[in-house]
Design a protein around this ligand. Structure first.
Ligand SMILES: *Cc1c(COP(=O)(O)O)cnc(C)c1O
Length: 429
């Protein structure tokens, strides 16, 4: 594969951009090698600057539920741009957008638009703290909620209850207010709550995890979490930045039948433009400025280009409920093809899938939480990733990420991916 121009661009990029990229995972650090620079996308395909074609399974890390450049989103954008890019004053499309979100996701009574998933989760935590008058939060090891200071915390060794920063620049104060529990382990949550009685404002969770690779909630984990939070008057926040509008029109909360107090969105909700949103119960959202005292603002929040693109995506979802059937069919087809390949090679790798989110873990045992995910052979994943890339399949450049199936992956795409997977595995094992 010729990636000469990509290599040149990366050399130049590293001079002017930290690590040569504007978001770390793009740099291929955890799989080795240098990133390829993209030039354009169309449907299920991306094309790099050297002219190589890839079947895309990252979909810009989630937004591209309908592949690249779906005509109904591009048309909405073209229409919007003729009327101006931003006003800093309210517009009709913001009202339509908020109304549509509350219609599609029943737990959302009011919603505030922001510009990224990170902004959405930071603001949701602030609203929960303002509402409860409490300061501590519980997150789950391995769940990602954007790069806000108080999310960049992992469990310290041994003691379940003391978090430590995962990044320099995050203060001990932040770490002290973030408590870390184990996903799929309700006892770990109860224990933390007991030890911090009446001090916890919110529990935030990826209801289906994508950011340690795909991990599903087991048994009644989400229901039990809902019950514990209700009993203790803790605000339950579902971070549906990835799962919202992907797993169903109402997200993971619809799929599992659990109603959070607040939810955060991003990715699909922007139709490929930078958008986030947080919303939920009216009495919590009314705490947010200007209707309440919890401050939160944004110069470009509710921006008309982003709103028109996002509205087009959500309106399409509303009018085409069969979208989720298509996603499921495509994903089942891919999963079965992969499983056959793995089996015929005599391996026991874990293939986790929920809807159109899927991860092949190079691990022998079931992956249900962070501790079981990190048992994966990440070196092997790195080799596998490059074997796939060389065969024109763009998978997540890290083991602990979900791949995304879109509505526009064709049977031909999926068949090509299944045989590439078999060949790639054969090459690395
Ligand atoms: C991507 C993601 C975020 C962060 O969103 P950005 O738009 O990248 O800031 C937060 N939470 C989850 C679950 C995500 O997948």
């Amino acid at each position: 594969m010729n990636i000469k121009k990509s290599e040149q661009l990366f050399e130049q990029a590293k001079k002017f951009i930290p690590g040569g990229v504007n978001s770390p995972v793009r740099a291929f650090k955890s799989v080795g090698g240098n990133p390829v620079f993209m030039a354009r996308g169309n449907g299920s395909k991306m094309y790099d600057v050297d002219g190589n074609e890839y079947i895309d399974y990252i979909g810009s890390w989630g937004p591209h539920l309908f592949g690249h450049n779906p005509s109904f989103i591009i048309d909405a954008l073209k229409h919007a741009i003729d009327n101006g890019t931003s006003f800093g004053a309210p517009t009709e499309i913001e009202v339509k957008m908020a109304q549509l979100i509350t219609e599609l996701v029943p737990s959302i009574e009011m919603v505030r638009m922001v510009n990224s998933g990170t902004e959405a989760t930071m603001s949701a935590i602030r609203a929960a703290r303002g509402y409860t008058g409490k300061e501590k939060i519980i997150k789950f090891e391995g769940c990602y909620h954007g790069h806000g200071d108080f999310f960049l915390i992992k469990a310290g060794s041994g003691a379940l209850t003391f978090g430590v920063p995962t990044s320099p620049g995050v203060t001990k104060g932040n770490a002290a207010d973030t408590l870390v529990a184990d996903f799929n382990n309700i006892e770990s949550v109860k224990k933390i709550i007991e030890q911090n009685k009446n001090e916890i404002a919110a529990v935030i969770i990826e209801p289906v995890v994508g950011n340690m690779g795909t991990v599903a909630p087991q048994n009644n984990f989400l229901t039990e979490l809902r019950n514990v939070c209700s009993e203790e008057k803790i605000v339950l926040i579902f971070d549906e930045v990835m799962t919202g509008f992907r797993l169903s029109k109402g997200g993971a909360q619809e799929l599992y039948g659990v109603k959070p107090d607040l939810s955060t969105f991003g990715k699909i909700i922007g139709g490929g433009l930078p958008v986030g949103a947080y919303g939920g119960k009216k009495e919590i959202m009314e705490m947010v400025s200007p209707s309440g005292p919890v401050y939160q603002a944004g110069t470009l929040s509710g921006n008309p280009l982003a709103m028109n693109a996002g509205f087009a995506a959500l309106a399409y979802i509303k009018n085409h409920p069969e979208v989720y059937q298509t996603l499921e069919e495509n994903s089942v087809y891919l999963e079965n093809g992969f499983k056959d390949g793995i089996k015929s090679l005599g391996k026991k790798f874990q293939l986790n899938r929920v809807g159109s989110m899927m991860t092949l873990f190079f691990a022998e045992e079931t992956v249900t939480d962070y501790n079981s995910a990190v048992k994966s052979d990440t070196k092997l994943y790195g080799k596998y990733f490059h074997e796939m890339l060389n065969r024109g399949i763009y998978f997540p450049p890290a083991q602990f990420e979900a791949l995304f199936v879109s509505t526009v992956h064709t049977k031909e795409d999926l068949d090509k991916t299944i045989s590439a997977n078999y060949e790639a595995l054969k090459a690395v094992l």
